[in-house]
Structures are given as C-alpha cells and as structure tokens.
Design a binder for this molecule. Structure first.
Ligand code: SF4
Ligand code: SF4
Length: 496
C-alpha cells in the first residue's frame, strides 16, 4: 500500500515530510530526504536497502530507515488507508438546510457594465464565462428571488443580499426598491446588503442613500496607482476609471467620514506577482484611502483564456517569466517573514489565508472519514441568481448550469446529479492524492461550462499542489524562527 506524503525544504534548507494520512509534519534529515524512495520502499521489502550498501553513509541510512519504521509502528506516519472521500454533509442534511437555513443571496442585477476592463471575466476572452450583454434582472424576478430566500432561511439569524453585475449601480433605482422590500420582510433579523461596484457611478444621489442605509456596504475595486489601475480598468474608449473613483470616495468622506470608514471596502486585482510591492506602496501612501486596505487581493485569472493579455499569456511560459515570478515571490515571502510588527496588511492578506489550513490541521490516526475540503454545502452558503432568475452556485462558478429558478424553486435532481458527478469524477483521484486533507479546490475548478472537465481539473490540481508545497515550506520556515510566531492564526476569521 502506498504512502501519501510530500517532501519539501524550508527556506533555511531544512528537510520536511508531510504525511497526509496522519496530517502531520516532521523535520527529517537530509539523508532521509535524499534516499526517501529507497527507505520508504524498504518498508515493503527490507532488501531494497541493499541497493545503497556501497554508499559510505550506509549505516546512517539504515538508522534513518529504523526511525521511519518506528514512526510507522507508532502511527506517526501511516500507509494510505483512505479509500473514500466524501462530502462533509449528507444529502438529507443539505435538504434540511436548503429548506430553512440559507445564508446568502447574490442577485446578478445586470449583465451590462459602463466599463470594459481588459481582464474582466465577461470580456469575451474567457472560455467558460458569459459575455457582457444588456440583459438585466426585472424587479419582479428580484422580488421572487428575495421571497424564495426569505422563505428558505427561517432559521438564519443574519440575512445577506449581494448585488452583482456587470455594474450593479446601472440599476440603482431597482436596487433601492429591492433593499426597501427586503427591509420590510426580513424584519427582526440582522441584515447586510452588499454592492460590488467599479465605483464610477457613486453620484450624490447614491451617496445620500448609502449614508441613510446603515446596513448597506460597498465593495469597490481599486488596483493601485492611476497608471496601473487605468491600464486595465477603463471604458470601451480607453478612458481610465481611477480619477472618477477617487473623486467619488472623497465625496463620501466629505459627506460622512464614518460611513466611509465603516462601510466602504476595497477589492484589488493584480496581474503578476511582481506588481504587488507597488500596490502595497499605493495603499500605504494614497491619502484618500486613509489607511484602508483591501478586503481581498486576487490574481487575475490566467487560465482558460484566449491569450488576449500578453502579460497573462506569457506567465509561467518561459524560463525568464518563471524566474521573474519566483524571485518576486521570494521577495514578498522575505518581507512577510520580516514583518514582525504587522505593518504590511496586504502581505498578511496574501499569506495568512494560505497558511491557515496548515496551521489549523488536526492530527488523524487514518481511520477517520476524509472530506472534500474545498466544497461548501451548495446553495446554503450562497445562492447566485442570474438575470433570468436561474439558480447557480456562486458568482465564481459562472451561470451555465441550471439548478432551478425563482418560479419553481430548486431542481433537487440536478443538485443530486451535481454531487454525484463531482464525487464520481474525484473520489478515486483524491483518495490517492497527498494534498487531500489540505485541498481547497471546489466545483469551480472542475467545471468547464456545465460539464466536469477532468483534464482541466488535473491541470488545476497540479498548480494547487505546487502552491501547497510553497505554503508548507513557508509555514515550516516561520515555525523555525519561533514556534509561536503563527499563534495569531488561531483567532483568524475569514468571512466570505
Ligand atoms: S467593472 Fe467589473 S464587470 Fe465591468 S468591465 Fe470591469 S471587471 Fe467587468
Ligand atoms: S489536488 Fe486535486 S486530486 Fe488532490 S485532493 Fe485536491 S482535487 Fe483531489
């Protein structure tokens, strides 16, 4: 029986073994690292060790073998006992939650946008995403979606409704009416309305309404300096959006500074990792921001596109680019490791979230059930409704699938089929993958439009595992400097 493990080095060059079955990490000797395949092979057939008997360090290698044999006997490491991977919820539990505990409704209120950002998911350059269009959601469809959400969230203490586009504020009048309708029917519950906007339509009428409604939050995309932001975020005529956005933010601050401080959030996209130091510098220095930092910083999707942006097209494709990306990454890691006083929140945002699953992992004996780590219980945490009123998983997955609609409710057969197809396509692969206990891939990584594409998934798995090795290495490097250096992650909360 095979082992499920990965080997890696810390930044100081120390060697480590991650055992996926027990979910434990061990520092190991260089000798074991170098001869790992023979030493682990010898656990099946001791005679394998003789392959190395001419090695001057043979006796020490045998010593390493004995250590591994003992670790196996004591259950610190284990042969692969994982023969099934499942969802962390049963279909019955899911049905109950869908009946009364839905948490978050996202309305795609319009597919139109006043900008034409180069890297936009809806630019027409991405293979599995819709394109900009002038379709918008009718008020009646939105109200049906809200009613559906309300009647399926009786047990939910908090109601969250998000408005998504295109540019949602093209439909500001509709949003106002929908929010006011929600306030009437969600009575007695904590409510939270979010608008994800490009920030170019924050006129006085919007700002006054925003100030008057303390449960409304806006998420504005701001990528950095004017030159950098406008390079990719502009109108179809190429007019940049940065100045307009910053002027609008200044108007909010003039009208009500507290509202700006508490209810304006930023999202930030970067094209390549070498752009990040300039973004950090911008967020620190730009006066209008008053020290605010992004809620999320996300790399632009560089898969499944037609090569429209040279910077994305060449990424990872030449040695030169790989070298540049690696040295940019190394510099960021260096800064993160030396940021003892937490003065670089963007670095924390980038790295903390990746280190969290490693830090919070639990040790196992190998007999416990194993779950698909990145999969949420579909539709309970988020229900995405497109302009036509069709139900989909979330804004990240695209809206090619159809899991019901505002008129007929959920199509439970389709949901069952989704779970079954995903499980069938993944179970065999995941149960023999060393990343299974730390995996965060989800439906979005499996689907190409409305079908599961295992080739695409396999490519994304490889990339995920490369990143996980880098994160394991970073985690152990930080722990080498001080065992308690990451203790603050115990209290880290991450709210999508
Ligand atoms: S503002 Fe958003 S939806 Fe509009 S083009 Fe830019 S990224 Fe796309
Ligand atoms: S990386 Fe891929 S194969 Fe491995 S556990 Fe995640 S989804 Fe499964």
């Amino acid at each position: 029986m095979e082992f499920l493990h990965a080997f890696f080095q810390s930044r100081a060059g120390n060697h480590y073994l991650y055992d996926a079955v027990t979910n434990r990490i061990f520092q190991i000797s260089e000798l074991l690292y170098t001869h790992r395949s023979v030493i682990f092979g010898a656990l099946e057939n001791k005679r394998d060790l003789f392959k190395l008997y001419k090695d001057p360090a043979y006796e020490s290698i045998v010593g390493e073998y004995v250590k591994i044999e003992n670790a196996l006997k004591q259950g610190d490491i284990s042969r692969n006992t994982i023969n099934s991977v499942n969802y962390s919820f049963s279909f019955g539990d899911l049905l109950m939650d869908l009946n009364d505990s839905m948490q978050h409704l996202t309305l795609c209120i319009t597919e139109e946008c006043n900008l034409r950002c180069d890297y936009c998911t809806y630019s027409g350059h991405y293979l599995y995403a819709r394109k900009h269009s002038n379709r918008s959601m009718t008020y009646d469809t939105a109200i049906k979606a809200v009613d559906f959400y309300n009647s399926h969230s009786m047990q939910s203490k908090k109601m969250i409704v998000s408005f998504y586009g295109g540019e949602p504020l093209l439909e500001f009048d509709k949003i106002k009416k929908i929010v006011s309708y929600c306030k009437n029917i969600f009575s007695g519950k904590e409510c939270h309305y979010q608008i994800t906007t490009n920030g170019t339509l924050l006129n006085d009428s919007f700002i006054d309404w925003f100030i008057e409604n303390p449960d409304v939050y806006i998420n504005v995309t701001l990528n950095g300096t004017e030159a950098y932001h406008d390079l990719y975020r502009h109108t179809s005529e190429g007019i940049g959006s940065h100045r307009l956005l910053l002027n609008s933010l200044e108007r909010i601050i003039d009208k009500n500074r507290d509202v700006y401080t508490n209810r304006v959030n930023f999202l930030c996209n970067y094209l390549t990792i070498s752009d990040i130091p300039d973004i950090m510098h911008f967020y620190k220095r730009e006066e209008t921001l008053q020290g605010k930092t992004p809620l999320f910083i996300t790399g632009v999707n560089d898969t499944d596109h037609d090569g429209f942006l040279p910077v994305l097209k060449s990424k990872r494709h030449t040695e030169e680019d790989t070298f540049a990306a690696n040295s940019a990454y190394d510099k960021l890691v260096e800064m993160y490791c030396n940021d003892a006083d937490n003065s670089q929140p963007i670095l924390k945002l980038l790295f903390d979230h990746s280190l969290l699953p490693i830090h919070r992992r639990q040790p196992y004996t190998g007999s416990e059930k194993v779950f698909f780590g990145g999969i949420c219980a579909p539709f309970t945490q988020r229900l995405f409704v497109n302009t036509a009123g069709t139900f989909n998983l979330c804004e990240k997955v695209g809206d090619y699938c159809d899991y019901g609609n505002v008129h007929d409710g959920f199509n439970l057969n389709k949901i069952k089929e989704l779970l079954l197809n995903y499980k069938n396509a993944h179970e065999g692969k995941c149960s023999s993958c060393w990343a299974v206990r730390l995996c965060s891939l989800c439906f979005i990584d499996a689907f190409a439009s409305d079908v599961i594409d295992t080739n695409r998934r396999d490519r994304l798995c490889i990339r995920f595992m490369e990143n996980l090795i880098a994160n394991l290495s970073l985690y152990c490097s930080l722990k080498e400097s001080s065992q308690s250096v990451l203790d603050y992650l115990d209290k880290y909360t991450y709210d999508i």
